[in-house]
Design a protein around this ligand. Structure first.
Ligand code: DGJ
Length: 699
């Protein structure tokens, strides 16, 4: 039963496959007891356990209430108001200037696996509803808040988090985040939590390169053992997660939109805040990631049953030097090696061979495509591949017909010159006419040229949060982009869409709910990528992670790496090729064809199987990733720098049936599941950037 209730205590207990979440709504609240009190998030407990936990007094920190409300940090949704000083999930200001909310319990609605707790201000026409939905089959809890203005004056919202998540009080938490920056996204970052606040955020208008809107807390957990509490925000704009830790170990994760304040709830309106998802596990980070992978595939990504194609993208091969003949030559080679989707990146609409002009004028340049772009698309399809196109709909160059015709369509302060970045301005997607133009433009391209896939890029941050039409520019921009993508996908349900923002700048679950995969980073150096990919796998599935094999030495790293190593790294996600195929030797092309063929064979495992990290590039000389589905196993082993001391290493496999026997499909050798698990697969890797794909079959 996902929801149980104890009328005597007001406890509501929400239960998933392996977690429980308990809160108590006080039917007769006074100022000493929060109207909705947090009791538990973590391992499964019973109603009796919840009652006992509820009876516990606050730990030693502030029993007297002299310096703050003694139970302030037990509140389910901390509001600013009264004698509270914790990080607030809600800070409102009423028309008379009062900046305080005092909530009492209103009502609680239970409908199947959903609970809605309604809290009501004691004086003002403000209602806050806290929403909970148990996703039993994914062992997840979905939470969000809504702010209802029942009055006749607008309410200013200075802070409005979607939810405040709190694991049990403990002073030993470690915080795990996926942090980094451009070309170094999703680096696994861990730090102990001390008393104070840790702020993770994006202020750039998109979910950002710096941090994924995802984090986890653990108590000395490893890959296979220990408790982990993790949560993600489904929002593609600026956001904020504040992790506050008290002396008594009380820890809150206040998670929601950010950098978009103040917001305004008009009279009789509701502010619906984005979903958050919480996933708890008692079996370590490996088990946590498996749950996130399944959640992303089943609940987030569009068309999860559609295996993602092997693509070729010509960006690194030609940059802005795009011609029909050059692209066709690449397309022929791509088709010969087994590519299924040919993608023409930036440059096709550019009047010059650089990034200074053309954004906004989404028409192929005649000198590049004398017979038209549709002709190239037809020829690509004639080679047996789908045709894909890059586009950056949110942007315009000053040097473009669109900007000359509509200088008022960009985000800018009326009194200051607009900020230029990469020679481009941000279009105001809060405007209906801009969204309609973008929708028409996409529709024209998809139908006119015949496009099977769009790479939706976004290459500069938000700077001027102003719109002549009012509203909240930070939020309206995100909602506007969402609307245009949704309209595109509604009109063209078969078109595949990739999210990209200078690499992995917009890889949140809200964006992934409307796009098929994400360009995880512009950094395609395979060693750097293995670090990026490691972090990525904590929160995301291989089905959403686009990876390319590019040329050596790498354009960013200057590092020389063998083609096999590059392929093996990229085969751990949605495989793509991004090198200059015109320069690849026959031997390279033959090897590529072979490995693409192998990838197609193991693609169902990689994209939809269970994924296990085997060691880590951060700590191990030899590490890998295993994909398991049914009786099939594919293991990628990597050893970037083999030292003699490490020769003879065995890679301990995970995810296998310990009692089964496995056949090595290349040597025919038979291994026991236990031997592979507890001793490891014997590797024979030599030299630098060594790697190997091991395929096993359970017999
Ligand atoms: C940034 C993307 O991340 C690249 O892959 C490429 O599409 C460029 N933009 C094109 O301008």
């Amino acid at each position: 039963m996902p929801v149980e209730h104890c009328p005597d205590t007001g406890v509501y207990l929400l239960t998933g496959a392996t977690f429980s979440y308990a809160l108590a709504v006080d039917p007769d609240p006074d100022q000493r007891v929060p109207a909705a009190r947090h009791i538990h998030w973590g391992a499964r407990v019973t109603l009796d356990d919840a009652r006992e936990l509820m009876a516990r007094p606050p730990r030693h920190a502030r029993p007297s209430g002299t310096w703050s409300h003694p139970r302030a940090h037990q509140e389910e949704h901390v509001v600013q108001g009264g004698y509270r000083h914790d990080e607030a999930a809600l800070l409102v200001e009423f028309a008379d200037g009062v900046r305080s909310a005092e909530l009492r319990a209103g009502s609680v609605e239970v409908a199947g696996d959903e609970v809605t707790v309604i809290l009501v201000d004691r004086v003002y026409p403000l209602r806050v509803s806290l929403h909970y939905r148990v996703d039993s089959s994914h062992d997840a809890l979905i939470r969000w808040a809504e702010i209802h203005n029942d009055g006749d004056d607008a309410i200013v919202v200075h802070q409005a988090a979607s939810a405040s998540w709190a694991p049990p009080p403990h002073s030993g938490y470690r915080l795990t985040t996926l942090s980094g920056g451009y070309a170094a996204e999703t680096q696994l970052t861990q730090r102990p939590l001390e008393i104070g606040r840790v702020v993770l955020e994006s202020r750039t208008g998109i979910s950002g390169h710096e941090n994924q809107p995802w984090l986890a807390l653990d108590l000395a957990a490893t890959e296979e053992h220990g408790e982990v509490w993790s949560t993600a925000l489904l929002w593609s704009g600026s956001w904020e997660a504040i992790v506050q830790t008290m002396l008594d170990g009380g820890t809150h994760i206040t998670l929601g939109r950010g950098a978009d304040r103040p917001d305004r709830v008009p009279p009789r309106a509701t502010l619906r805040l984005p979903d958050t998802v919480g996933i708890y596990t008692s079996d370590g980070y490996g088990s946590m990631s498996l749950k996130w992978h399944a959640y992303e595939r089943d609940r987030v990504l569009p068309d999860p049953a559609r295996l993602r194609p092997v693509l070729y993208n010509s960006w690194e091969a030609t940059f802005y030097d795009v011609t029909a003949t050059g692209q066709l030559e690449l397309a022929r080679r791509a088709s010969d090696i087994g590519v299924e989707l040919f993608v023409l990146d930036d440059g096709w609409f550019r009047p010059k061979d650089d990034d200074t002009a053309g954004l906004g004028d989404w028409y192929p340049v005649a000198r590049r495509f004398p017979d038209g772009l549709a002709d190239l698309a037809d020829q690509v399809r004639g080679l047996g591949m789908m045709f894909g196109l890059w586009i950056e709909p949110e942007m315009v160059n000053a040097d473009s017909d669109l900007y000359r015709a509509h200088p008022d369509w960009i985000r800018r302060w009326p009194t200051r010159p607009p900020t230029v970045a990469r020679h481009q301005y941000l279009l105001d997607f809060g405007r209906t006419d801009v969204r309609d133009w973008a929708t028409r433009t996409l529709d024209r391209l998809v139908t006119g040229i015949g496009i099977d896939y769009l790479k939706w890029d976004m290459n500069r941050a938000f700077a001027e949060p102003f719109s002549a039409e009012g509203g909240n520019p930070w939020i309206d921009q995100v909602l506007g982009v969402n609307e245009v993508i949704d309209r595109l996908r509604q009109a063209h349900p078969d078109v595949l869409v990739e999210t990209c923002a200078s690499g992995g700048g917009r890889g949140d679950l809200a964006m992934l709910s409307r796009t098929h995969w994400m360009w995880a980073s512009d950094n395609t150096d395979p060693l750097d990528r293995l670090f990026i990919q490691e972090g990525y796998t904590y929160a995301h599935s291989a089905m959403s992670m686009a990876c390319w094999v590019t040329d050596s030495p790498g354009s960013l790293s200057g590092r020389e790496t063998p083609l096999t190593f590059r392929f093996h790294a990229a085969m751990c996600g949605v495989l793509g090729i991004g090198g200059d195929l015109a320069d690849w030797s026959d031997a390279d092309l033959a090897e590529a064809a072979g490995l693409i063929g192998v990838y197609k064979e193991i693609r169902p495992l990689v994209q939809t199987g269970r994924q296990y990290r085997l060691g880590s590039p951060r700590t191990d000389e030899t590490f890998g990733v295993a994909f398991v589905a049914g009786d099939q196993v594919a293991v990628f082993a990597f050893a970037p720098r083999v030292r003699h001391a490490a020769v003879g290493q065995e890679l301990r496999l995970r995810g296998l049936d310990p009692d089964a026997r496995y056949e090595d499909l290349s040597s025919g050798a038979i291994h026991g599941g236990n031997a592979l698990r507890y001793r490891g697969f014997p590797l024979d890797l030599h030299g630098d950037y060594a790697s190997r794909l091991i395929r096993l079959r359970r017999i």
